[in-house]
Design a protein around this ligand. Structure first.
Ligand code: PEP
Ligand code: CO
Length: 448
């Protein structure tokens, strides 16, 4: 590999990274973070890479999801627990549909930095810098809040650390026990049609577990029944933070970004010659890249060359976000080019980011039907190409929000104001997430 250091990206063009007025403070923060304990361990990231290699080989399925932007204010045990429960519900439903293990990767414990299409926001004639995520500036529409503050990175570290602590406890300490599959149904989901459907589904899992237990396979002697592996991910946008969290793994001599298990590069920063790709090429974590409708064959080949020169399965995931109409035209050409070169990538579908629209009332929303139809298109295309549709990437929450329209709850544009809570993009609420999981499970079953 060409020479690389955690700071090599600094010699490249770096977009969507804020300029901090107080450079001394920035350096103090970076120094501090360098000394902080890693949030995740190299071996854990390596294990995730091995599991993603299974996805690449058609032997497992990836579910990635969570908030568009996590929020310091919304930070609470209940929110984390609800997200974890809806995630587990979706995962068992998809596992059932695909007949494959589902690799769980949350957009959480560090999803704080946002690229924005517009540098500024204007409200009632006042123009201020756009909100860029809680580790960069504040959401409140005041000049003070919108100023990038290095100290926010320290807060982001501590929020991520506490979130991860709870997630680790939930994963290993009982909440993920398959015997509790009935308890994952969230209070407000219970009375919905999906809740009912889930209840029946959970009952049949419980019966199977009782049978397995009678055969001698139970939570008591098979840890997999009572534990799960849950991994973290976020967009590696704020490179001063990511650089400061990068450590050498002493057992292998490899560099890992220890802020999360999996890092992805956004659609706006994936230029192979620019800073974000330069940073990502040197870390050994599994890496994702968002692929929008304008991506060219040369772009994806160059990304493979830069980010996965050894052509390792599991190293690189392309997260395709094109919109239903464009995905039918653009994706087959990319898949064929990758197949022709024998390159190993995981193909995942993000049906959220090319399906955003703004209502007359000014709410950013997404239509459940459009999301589903992009997922359907993704599966259709892979079936036609003979390749494996490896995973799904959602913006979702365990909360009962009204941000996306449609679904069985039939949320209308007029209803959005009821509980519109996101700091950035609209998320599927818990009912819509579960509904989608059931529909995807049907698609997966029909394709077996
Ligand atoms: C995101 O995942 O929140 C995002 C900004 O996506 P994209 O880079 O695909 O636009
Ligand atoms: Co988003």
């Amino acid at each position: 590999m060409l020479e690389w250091m955690p700071d090599s990206w600094r010699s490249k063009k770096a977009e969507h990274i804020p300029y901090y007025d107080d450079q001394d403070d920035l350096h103090r923060v970076e120094q501090k973070l360098r000394k902080y304990p890693p949030l995740v361990f190299a071996e854990e990231s390596a294990l995730l890479k091995a599991k993603l290699a299974d996805v690449c080989n058609g032997k497992a399925f990836l579910l990635q999801g969570g908030d568009c932007a996590e929020s310091f204010d919304d930070f609470s045990a209940n929110n984390i627990k609800d997200m974890f429960r809806i995630f587990l519900q979706m995962a068992v439903v998809l596992m059932y549909g695909s007949g494959l293990p589902v690799i769980k990767v949350g957009r959480l414990a560090g999803q704080f930095a946002k690229p924005r299409s517009k540098e500024t926001e204007t409200i009632n004639g006042v123009t201020l810098p756009s909100y860029k995520g809680d580790n960069i500036n504040g959401y409140e529409f005041t000049p003070e809040a919108r100023k990038p503050q290095p100290q926010r990175m320290i807060r982001a570290y501590h929020h991520a650390s506490a979130t991860l602590n709870l997630i680790r406890a939930f994963s290993q300490g009982g909440l993920a026990d398959l015997n509790k599959v009935q308890e994952w149904n969230l209070g407000f989901v219970k009375d919905s049609l999906q809740g009912e459907l889930y209840k029946k589904f959970a009952q049949s899992i419980s019966e199977t577990l009782a049978f397995m237990s009678a055969c001698g396979i139970s939570a008591g002697n098979v840890p997999l029944v009572r534990q799960t592996n849950f991994y973290t991910s976020h967009e590696a946008l704020l490179l001063p933070f990511e650089e400061a969290m990068t450590r050498v793994d002493l057992s292998t001599g490899d560099w890992y970004d220890c802020s999360a298990h999996f890092l992805w590069i956004g659609e706006r920063t994936r230029d192979p010659e620019c800073a974000h790709v330069e940073f990502a090429r040197g870390i050994c974590n599994p890496i994702g890249v968002k692929i929008g409708p304008n991506a060219q064959i040369d772009d994806v080949l160059r990304l493979c060359e830069k980010l996965n020169p050894l052509n390792e399965a599991g190293r690189l995931t392309f997260i395709v976000r094109m919109g239903t109409r464009k995905v039918y035209d653009a994706l087959p050409l990319l898949i064929r080019a990758i197949e022709k070169e024998g390159l190993k990538v995981v193909w995942s579908c993000d049906p959220m980011h090319a399906n955003t629209l703004t209502t007359n009332e000014g709410y950013k929303t997404r239509d459940f039907e459009a999301i589903l139809s992009e997922v359907q298109a993704f599966f259709d295309i892979h079936r036609a190409e003979g390749t494996f549709p490896g995973g799904l990437h959602f913006e979702m929450t365990g909360k009962n929000v009204t941000e996306c329209v449609g679904g069985i709850q039939a949320i209308t544009p007029e209803n959005l104001a009821k509980n519109y809570d996101t700091l950035c993009d609209p998320r599927l609420n818990a009912c819509q997430s579960l509904e989608l999981a059931f529909l995807v499970a049907e698609i997966l079953k029909s394709k077996k």
